[in-house]
Design a protein around this ligand. Structure first.
Ligand code: DX5
Ligand code: ZN
Length: 217
């Protein structure tokens, strides 16, 4: 398997954030996933620029920024300047998605679009050629530690078919409830990037949990 692991900082110990970032730096993690929530698009507030900048100061791996916010266009530049490698916006939050995606790319970041569990993959057909990545949400966004939605396998298969047809280099990321029990099947369906919050940070040895996700049986 040639896939990427992006542990989610949302599940880290914020009182020991530097320690947890150093753990990820030393681990087999490929990216660090940064969940930004505004309390409007999703029913939770996580953190914003001050925390993102603190993470960037210590992180040696690319920051994969997942914006669960309304009107993300207002903040793209600030996230790019805060050190985002990739910026993911939600399909459901962007009425002018093509413009938003071009703006992300013009800022030098990888552009990704996330879809909520109820949003059909087919809606991405006319944007997929412009994207670096599609994020298939496997829980309703807003909280870590939720149960993985089984229908995600079908959606990943559909996203892979879109990629094969319109953009073979497209990465397919899965976010929510990813652990050692579902990662191989998701990869077989076509997913290539895996966000993992609870399955990493609630493990007794988070670094070993990352290693296990990177090298599943
Ligand atoms: C959920 C976030 C996820 C979350 C994943 O809204 O987008 O990135 O941190 O956490 P787990 O892996 O615990 O479901
Ligand atoms: Zn996320």
């Amino acid at each position: 398997m040639n896939h990427l692991i992006a542990p989610s900082i949302l599940a880290a110990d914020f009182a020991n954030l530097q320690r947890d970032i150093e753990m990820m730096n030393q681990s087999q993690a490929d990216w660090m996933h940064v969940d930004v929530m505004d309390g409007i698009f999703v029913p939770n507030i996580s953190f914003g620029f001050p925390v993102m900048k603190a993470v960037k100061q210590y992180a040696t791996k690319p920051l994969d920024v997942h914006l669960m916010i309304v009107d993300p266009d207002r903040y793209l530049k600030a996230f790019a300047e805060a050190g985002a490698y990739s910026i993911t916006v939600h399909y459901e939050a962007c009425p002018h998605l093509h413009r938003t995606v071009q703006a992300i790319k013009e800022m030098g970041c990888k552009a990704a679009v996330a879809i909520n569990p109820h949003t059909g993959v087919s809606l991405l057909k006319d944007i997929v050629a412009d994207l670096d990545m599609v994020l298939v949400m496997s829980v309703n966004p807003g909280f870590g530690g939720q149960k993985f939605i089984e229908h995600t396998y079908t959606k990943v298969t559909e996203a892979k078919a879109l990629a094969t047809r319109y953009n073979p280099r497209l990465l397919i990321e899965v976010d929510g409830g990813v652990d050692a029990t579902n990662i191989s099947k998701l990869a077989a369906a076509g997913a290539s990037v895996f966000v993992a919050g609870n399955s990493v940070f609630s493990a007794t040895d988070p670094s070993a949990a990352i290693e296990q996700l990177k090298n599943p049986k």
